[in-house]
Design a protein around this ligand. Structure first.
Ligand code: NAD
Ligand code: UDX
Length: 448
């Protein structure tokens, strides 16, 4: 079966770049990315320098494919109706209320997509889980899709996305693997092959891995959990380094040179952030508890606990340095996004560290070359507890551009590995380095 028309529901960090690359590599396939968020779609259709997300190389890909075979639209029903293959790339955040609140994935957006597809479709479709989902979600999606009883046949595949933000385009061009899970039935295998054929336009065949649906769904959660676990492992050791005089960078290098362990994801930090690791590990913990696997759940939960400990430990170091009270102290926060080279600040450690410093009385000057003042204040309103009790703006300023930064203050906290920070003048400040990027600072994570 040769696919000619693809629809992707969700024009976010995954849907946008992933579909742009499919459109670039498959010029004969029409790819329409739809979203209910009209402002986001308008930005995808607007000037290349203002695309709704920042990713190195993304604008170039969009420039080549947009208007040729790549389209962004709010006409969700029309795109579903016309497509033979539909990707669901909507958000699956941690639930905030109801059963499983604070742990389980909120599937309401995925379920809404499935209902939409069920009600609009008049011809057979291949429906693809691109969002990260709990194992066995395909069962629930199938139930929803088949509930209309319209006689339309839906084949569900799992095709989780492994891109990391900041390197999304490179990750999509040269994926370590593309994972496709499908039913072992004849129609299931036909659908798998249709998707394999699309990726085979640029991904070597040996890197396209096909499995059953449940393995594919679970492999995504497990991959993120393993990556997060490595970071929590090294971060836990950074605390021991600080007590013993061992140096975390030397330790990481020594450990990583063992080819069985490998050197990646062993960089100590103020903690991992981003929209995926915490949400996916919590979801894994929830699933384990659901299946009565308490020991397994406790094991994975510890990854999150160490991450919280690390963020808290870093902020406390600064507070302790000033005798437990930051009243009147001026502190610069360098880096608001969850890592360098992205404008995404979801679950960023900076949000937690800044809140703790603010509550200890500090005046904060926040700087991130990628994140706007509006986004920073939106995060503060959203994430901080009881942020409405005080006029925050009287003790928080957001600076831009970098040459406005005057680091003649009481302290500076470095929270991302942004290149621009390395050349700043730190001679009139006390640096707390949460990313181990400066050679001289009063406190550097994992250095005694
Ligand atoms: P996102 O919030 O950036 O984008 C999701 C988009 O879906 C939003 O624009 C939203 O308006 C839209 N949407 C929600 N419900 C809709 C509906 N019913 N109809 C139309 N549009 C709808 O999310 P994201 O970061 O792209 O993540 C999407 C999924 O991919 C999540 O499951 C996430 O875990 C997974 N994932 C994310 C990353 C990443 O780096 N961000 C990497 C791999 C996997
Ligand atoms: C992650 C996964 O890497 C990706 O495969 C998945 O599809 C989505 O989730 P992402 O969250 O975009 O990607 O970025 P990643 O590079 O994994 O970084 C996550 C966090 O871990 C960041 O806060 C980063 O600074 C931190 N990190 C990463 C460390 O603290 N130390 C490391 O050694 C590596």
């Amino acid at each position: 079966m040769q696919i000619k028309n693809i629809c992707c529901i969700g024009a976010g960090y995954v849907g946008g770049p992933t579909m742009a690359v499919i459109a670039l590599k498959c010029p004969d396939i029409k790819v329409t990315v739809v979203d209910l968020n009209a402002a986001r779609i308008a930005a995808w259709n607007g000037p290349l320098e203002n695309l709704p997300i920042y990713e190195p190389g993304l604008a170039e890909v969009v420039e080549k494919a947009r208007g040729r075979n790549l389209f962004f639209s709010t006409e969700v029903d029309k795109a579903i109706d016309e497509a033979e293959m539909i990707f669901m790339a909507v958000n699956t955040p941690t639930k905030t209320e109801g059963e499983g609140a604070g742990m389980a994935a909120d599937l309401r957006y995925v379920e809404a997509c499935a209902k939409n597809i069920a009600s609009v479709s008049k011809t057979d479709k291949i429906v693809i889980e691109k969002s990260t989902l709990p194992v066995r979600t395909a069962e629930k999606i199938k139930e929803i899709l088949d509930s209309e009883g319209s006689g339309v046949h839906f084949e569900i595949l799992s095709n989780p996305e492994f891109l990391a933000e900041g390197t999304a385009i490179q990750d999509l061009f040269k994926s370590d693997r593309v994972l496709i899970g499908g039913d072992e039935t004849k129609s299931g295998q036909k659908a798998v092959q249709a998707l394999v054929d699309i990726y085979a336009n640029w991904i070597p065949k040996e890197k396209i891995l096909t499995t059953n649906v449940w393995s594919s769904e679970l492999a995504k959660l497990a991959s993120n959990a393993m990556l997060a676990q490595r970071i929590s492992s090294i971060n836990s050791l950074s605390a021991l380094c600080e007590k013993t005089g061992a140096d975390i960078e030397e330790l990481s290098k020594a450990i990583g040179m063992d080819h069985r362990i490998g050197s990646k994801f062993l960089k100590a930090s103020v903690g991992f952030g981003g929209s995926c690791f915490q949400k996916d590990v919590l979801n894994l913990v929830y699933l384990c508890r659901h299946y009565g696997l308490e020991e397994v759940a406790d094991y994975w939960h510890q990854v999150i606990k160490i991450n919280d400990y690390q963020k808290d430990r870093f902020a406390q170091k600064i507070i302790d340095h000033f005798g437990g009270d930051l009243t009147g102290k001026k502190i610069a926060i360098l880096g608001w996004a969850f890592k360098a080279n992205t404008n995404d600040s979801r679950e960023s450690p900076a949000i937690y560290v800044a809140e703790k410093l603010f509550k200890a009385g500090a005046f904060l000057e926040i700087y991130d070359p990628m994140v706007s003042k509006e986004s920073i204040f939106r995060d503060i309103d959203f994430y901080w507890e009881a942020s409405g009790t005080e006029d925050l703006k009287s003790r928080i300023s957001v600076l831009y551009p970098v040459n406005e930064l005057d680091l003649s203050n009481d302290a500076t906290a470095i929270l991302t590995e942004c290149e621009a920070f390395k050349s700043l003048d730190f001679s009139n400040t006390i640096v707390f380095d949460g990313r181990g990027i400066l050679s001289s600072s009063i406190y550097s994570i994992g250095k005694g």
